[in-house]
Structures are given as structure tokens and as C-alpha cells.
Design a protein. Sequence first.
Length: 134
Amino acid sequence: MKKISRDEIKKRGLRRCLNSFKYSVQGLTYAYKYEQSMFIHAMFTLVAFILNIFLKVSSTEWLITLLCLGVVLSIELINTAIEAVVDLVTLEIHPLAKIAKDCGSAATFVVTMLGIVICIIIYFPYFLKLFGIA
């Protein structure tokens, strides 16, 4: 079998660019279809968009919210990729496979908690004003 160099595989061009976009969409589609956590994060993303519009948050707060949401969704996709690679290598319950999956899940948990705290800090003054407390 002839070895193919990485340079040959990584050719550039419009077709390669369009295929990269297609593969990214396929990855997102898979994650939303089969990963419960991704669906939950997507629903909270929708809620955040609605809150941002309803509460008329500032441009800076919009940017911070979008950044948080993007990071959370991205880390969830990376976690999904880690889980798929571990399952590709072994379906056995192996201590190292558990560590890989648990750490990927923990990364998602950490950024999700950070995102929640940031959203609370952003939305809290708006809710106080909305309910006439401040």
C-alpha cells in the first residue's frame, strides 16, 4: 500500500473549504441529534438570546453572552469528540478511558458553571429593575 503524505491530504482550494464547512455542519448535526447535553445547551442558548432581546441588554453584554455560549457549545463538541475517540479505541470499561471521558465532561461542567455565573451577573440587575426592586 502506497503511503500518502499529510501534505497531499491537506490540499487547499474551494472544494476543500466547502468540504470542511460540510463536515462541521455534520458534526453539529450529530451532536444536537445524539448528545443530550448538547441539546440542553442549545435550549439554554435560545433562552439567553430571548432574554437578551427582551431585557435589551447592552452591546457589551451581548458580546459577553455570545462568547460564553460559544465557549460552552465548543467545549461540549470537544467532549463529544473525546468520547467518540475513546469508544473507537475501546468499549471496555478501562480506568484510562474513564479518566478521559470524565475529564472531558468536567471541562464542559466548568465552563457551563462559569457561563451561568456570568449570565447571573449580567441579568440580575435587569431582573431587579424589571420587578421594581432597584
